[in-house]
Design a protein around this ligand. Structure first.
Ligand code: RB5
Length: 152
């Protein structure tokens, strides 16, 4: 499984902790930056990760900025991307079970490294439940198509 990860300066430290913990798990983690503490713009890194997930070049992604808010706003512009901003393990697990989120978004100024690593594990270990949730995901896809076509 190919997992892509990205952050801005506000998420750099947490991203490093999460990357290391995922690497220890034997996952292929591809870090798309940023790679230093210099101030950068979160949309640039959200695009790198979301684009790979949207194109199917990566199975899933993790994005980290200060709060996670900016990264989620950008990532969810991509059709087919379901980026979930989570703040605890329950939300991370639900993001997979109910929303089949393909990107998990974290706040580097919100979460401890320990909690964030447990959240990513919970999300990766969880199984999408399908069923009634698939109907809802199909509606999201329909909304994307309607917006694209200018119908709504
Ligand atoms: C950068 O200071 C900060 O705005 C960014 O990391 C993020 O929190 C935006 O949503």
């Amino acid at each position: 499984m190919r997992l892509v990860i990205g952050s801005d300066h506000g998420g750099l430290e947490l991203k490093s902790a999460v990357s290391q913990s995922l690497g220890d798990r034997g996952l292929e983690v591809v870090d798309l930056g940023t790679d230093n503490g210099e101030s950068v713009d979160y949309p640039d890194f959200a695009v790198k990760v979301a684009q790979e997930v949207a194109r199917g070049e990566a199975d899933c992604g993790v994005l980290v900025c200060g709060t996670g808010i900016g990264m989620s706003i950008v990532a969810n512009k991509f059709p087919g991307v379901r980026a979930a901003l989570a703040t605890d393990e329950f939300m991370a697990r639900m993001a997979r079970e109910h929303n089949n989120a393909n990107i998990l978004v974290l706040g580097g100024r919100v979460l401890s490294a320990d909690l964030a690593c447990r959240m990513v594990e919970a999300w990766l270990d969880a199984t999408y439940e399908g069923g009634r949730h698939q109907r809802r995901l199909d509606k999201i896809a329909a909304v994307e198509e309607d917006v694209r076509a200018g119908r709504i």
